[in-house]
Design a protein around this ligand. Structure first.
Ligand code: 5AD
Ligand code: SF4
Length: 474
């Protein structure tokens, strides 16, 4: 799970909705009304992927039909991410590609809409740089999508949803879900922190929490629909605060979702160490439905760099949170995010990060080269580090972690784990299982039945740096 930088593309496999057409009574002329079609492409984090699920649900409710290629679509949506790299350039490049197809006639009569973080960041500039785009909408404006679609259909060539001034969450019952077993629930949107490197407060706006009643209603509905795993989402789930008089904090919300009948696993992402309270660990200890996994991004092992990043905690305060988890009854797996090459990072700071990786013994990390983002405080900092040097540091961090994971995963040999089965890999002949600790455990099973979505037990017989392998046990 150690990753380099760069967002991932998600393709949605939700083509089950039939094209509807209305047949006239016998003897009349047959008229066929084709439903308006749309295609959506999504980049970025899980929040973005889930936003797209909600956008898809909204579009379908508005009478649109999702198609698998831009060629077949009248409306092409591009949900973008601006967290790292040259995200803006990549977006314009992709928009150009769409246009190239358009010129060849394939995409004649189509409309293009840019959604998400690059839409919010670049705003109306997108219309100038990519004149074939006629709608630009950031995530804080998705609640206004139906009205914006009306404008688009009316021929408006510059439809915008760019206000961040909202206390609304995109709380829609119309979500079209991508995974039949694991469902996502956004509990808080936006971010009130001001990490010096991060663009999210500018692209997703201030924090807004959902009411506990609405998130519990969604959790119960998901259980009724047959989902057994729920993942709670937010840029910072720990600062969830129920706006209704019940005033639940995050630990209460987590615990209550884990008590919904039928829900066997609850995960959450992502957490900020400053707001990570011991009550969260206590909730995990007390409630078997809460998974043995916490993702707690540290970014750096050096207090000096954490300070420059405006992360609001020291290395020692972070390690205090780790100590709570290590003292738990449950074997809580811990994962993190690391940024290398933040301005001013020295060899000693890098060594502090490597030392932290060893001290914590993370189960996995996501590591990135620092990337300069528009509007962020770190843009002004001196002592920017060269790309080559950042690459060197990234490699050192990743190799260090790889060695740790090889050793740590070997300790799982001969242990038995409950796995949620995510599917079958024909190439390897193995079932793909996911443990409560969020580890991949691929296992063999001689039976002919389809295990997808089931919970089965598997014994670990082999381990590697990134996964475990084994066999099903009864
Ligand atoms: N450069 C590099 N990595 C970043 N992240 C966020 N902003 C940047 C940036 N400007 C990483 C952080 C965060 C994760 C989602 O992406 O590690 O936790
Ligand atoms: Fe990318 Fe962050 Fe926006 Fe997610 S919230 S799409 S990671 S910039």
């Amino acid at each position: 799970m150690t990753e380099g930088s760069g967002p991932t593309a998600f393709s949605h496999s939700l083509w089950s909705q039939e094209i509807r057409f209305y047949r006239a009574p016998p003897h009349a002329h047959v008229t066929i009304t084709l439903v308006k079609t749309f295609y959506i492409e999504t980049f970025g984090c899980q929040m973005n992927a889930h936003d797209s699920e909600k956008v898809i649900g909204t579009l379908i409710a508005e009478g649109y039909h999702q198609v698998p290629t831009p060629d077949e679509a009248e409306l092409v949506f591009y949900n973008t991410c601006s967290i790292r790299d040259k995200a803006e350039q990549k977006v314009f490049h992709r928009l150009d590609q769409f246009k190239a197809q358009f010129k060849s006639g394939n995409l004649a009569g189509k409309k293009f809409a840019v959604l998400g973080c690059v839409a919010q960041q670049e705003g109306e500039k997108i219309f100038d740089k990519a004149p074939h785009v006629s709608m630009v909408c950031g995530s804080a404006s998705y609640t206004k999508l139906p009205q914006m679609l009306v404008q688009l259909e009316a021929g408006n060539r510059r439809v915008t949803g760019l206000s961040l001034d909202t206390d609304l969450t995109f709380d829609t019952p119309l979500t079209r879900r991508d995974n039949p077993h694991r469902a996502y629930i956004t509990i808080i949107e936006g971010c009130d922190k001001a990490c010096a490197y991060c663009v999210v407060p500018f692209t997703r706006g201030p924090e807004r929490s959902r009411t506990s009643a609405s998130l519990m209603a969604e959790a119960r509905q998901l259980a009724d629909m047959g989902y057994t795993e729920i993942q709670l989402l937010g840029q910072n789930v720990n600062s969830y605060r129920d706006p209704s008089p019940a005033a639940w904090d995050f630990a209460q919300a987590l615990d209550q979702v884990g008590r919904v009948p039928g829900i066997r696993r609850v995960r959450f992402t992502t957490s900020h160490p400053r707001d990570f309270k011991k009550s969260i660990v206590d909730a995990i200890d007390a409630n078997p439905a809460l998974c043995d996994h916490v993702h707690l991004p540290v970014q750096s092992g050096s207090t000096r760099i954490l300070d420059a990043m405006q992360r609001l905690y020291t290395r020692e305060e972070y390690l205090q949170r780790i100590a709570w988890m290590k003292a738990a009854q449950r074997p809580i797996a811990i994962t993190t995010d690391i940024i290398v090459g933040f301005p001013g990072e020295t060899e000693a700071d890098l060594a502090a990060t490597l030392d932290l990786l060893t001290t914590v013994g993370y189960d996995a990390i996501f590591s990135f080269k620092y990337s300069r983002r528009p509007n962020t405080a770190a843009l002004q900092l001196d002592d920017q580090i060269s790309e080559d040097e950042k690459s060197r540091r990234l490699q050192i961090v990743q190799e260090h972690q790889r060695q740790l994971q090889i050793r740590q995963n070997a300790a799982y040999l001969d242990t038995v784990h409950e796995c949620m089965v995510e599917g079958f890999n024909k190439a390897t002949g193995q079932w793909m299982g996911r443990t409560s600790q969020h580890k991949t455990l691929n296992f063999i099973y001689a039976g002919a039945d389809d295990l997808t979505g089931q919970y089965v037990h598997a014994r670990v017989t082999r381990s590697g740096p990134n996964s475990l392998a084994g066999e099903r046990v009864q």
